[in-house]
Design a protein around this ligand. Structure first.
Ligand code: ATP
Ligand code: MG
Length: 379
């Protein structure tokens, strides 16, 4: 067991010695049984958040209202009070959290059977909802009545689809049916939450299962278009930003996710680069000054693919005489000296003209050739 497990077990032990119930729960138990390393370990307990805060010297109040305290004990371990979610008023999030005394009740509000497993201090597995069997059969199955569970929180639809891809599991038939039936509730879910789940699909080792599940008319309303045009995809995007840039390309501007500034920049870059590629084709000129990310995404979108694979594309890029203005053999400083002029917009313009000449094959990217060209052509 890794050190974070040791730390989590210590937290469980400290809680138990203080007279509380405590278990490791959720994804960590699931991943442990699958033999996969997990990122974070969650502990569930009947201790109230204030009891947890008293018991451990270093904590911070992550989500007190929902019963969660982060305990810094070697690692950051989330300790959450046994709870159920009672009413769902606005379809977005549970309106009320009620603390309960029984582990079984806490596990009953969890989304899928494989996520509703708990582990005690001796490593014993507590399995009220058939999670172990579903793990063996590689099935994503809702805990309880699937229809109710997705109506309570429609984000679970995407969590299920994401988990299926992440683990290479299938979605159990009734659960899948309930997912599609509840899909009309997805527009009520905060876009930030949707974005988090879908982002994880973009960088999955093999996103094919998740994409296939999403490629369904029911999901078109909140993730319009892209899944019908995405090829059967077996490789991850290099980054979530690249996944979103591809998604964004096929959207109208009226359908926006809360993109970060970097994502917005790449989205714009891809649109601009696609315009150039559509007009001029795949030339060193059209990709000049575009980031590798933008080039990769455009290659995915582009109908005319002159390169068989992304590797071929990247090799072609490496052979470019210049890729960015900084690659020019003559710097802005050189230009100023050469022309005895101050800095100004003329530098950028001259750089563009030199790049054009180099990329058209008219001159070489050497200091001598560029100097000669500047003296002849720049006022
Ligand atoms: P991973 O960390 O690999 O993404 P996970 O299952 O640990 O998977 P988390 O988001 O960390 O996912 O959630 C921890 C646990 O909390 C889940 O295993 C599940 O039991 C419960 N959970 C999380 N989100 C929901 C939800 N929307 N509805 C019901 N239970 C949930
Ligand atoms: Mg987790």
């Amino acid at each position: 067991m890794t050190t974070n497990w040791t730390h989590a077990f210590e937290v469980v032990k400290i809680l138990q010695e203080a007279g509380y119930q405590a278990y490791i729960v959720g994804g960590a138990v699931r991943d442990h049984l699958l033999g996969i390393a997990c990122k974070d370990i969650d502990v569930a307990t009947d201790a109230l958040p204030e009891n947890v805060q008293e018991l451990f010297p270093k904590t911070f109040a992550t989500g007190i209202a929902h019963g969660t305290v982060t305990v810094l004990h070697g690692d950051a371990i989330e300790v959450t009070t046994f709870r159920v979610e009672s009413k769902y008023i606005d379809k977005r999030r549970p309106s009320e959290v009620r603390f309960v005394r029984e582990l079984k009740d806490d596990l009953s509000r969890r989304d899928f059977t494989i996520n509703a497993l708990a582990m005690g201090i001796d490593g014993e597995i507590i399995d009220y909802y058939g999670g172990k069997e579903d793990l063996q059969n590689k099935l994503i199955r809702a805990v309880g009545q699937p229809k109710e569970r997705f109506e309570e929180d429609a984000l679970r639809i995407l969590r299920g689809i994401r988990l299926a891809g992440q683990l290479g599991f299938s979605i159990e038939t009734q659960t899948r049916q309930a997912m599609t039936e509840a899909s009309h509730l997805l527009p009520w879910i905060a876009k930030e939450r949707i974005k988090q789940e879908v982002s994880r699909i973009w960088t999955m080792v093999d996103p094919e299962i998740s994409l296939r599940e999403l490629k369904h008319p029911h999901f078109d309303e909140f993730l319009p278009g892209v899944f019908t045009i995405l090829p059967e995809r077996h490789t991850p995007f290099e980054s979530t930003a690249e996944g979103w840039a591809l998604f964004h390309y096929f959207q109208s501007d009226t359908y926006e996710f809360p993109y970060s500034n970097d994502e917005k920049r790449l989205n714009k870059e891809v649109v601009a680069l696609m315009k150039r590629v559509s007009k001029e084709g795949w030339t060193y000129r059209s990709v000049f000054n575009s980031s590798e990310s933008a080039v990769r995404v455009c290659w995915e979108i582009s109908q005319s693919k002159p390169f068989a694979t992304k590797q071929h594309l990247l090799r072609w890029l490496q052979d470019a005489p210049i890729r960015f203005p900084k690659d020019l053999a003559l710097s802005g400083h050189d230009l100023m000296q050469l022309k005895q002029r101050n800095s100004g917009p003329w530098i950028k313009k001259t750089n563009e003209r030199m790049a054009d000449e180099i990329l058209a094959g008219n001159i070489l990217n050497t200091r001598d050739a560029l100097k000669k060209w500047v003296l002849e052509h720049v006022e």
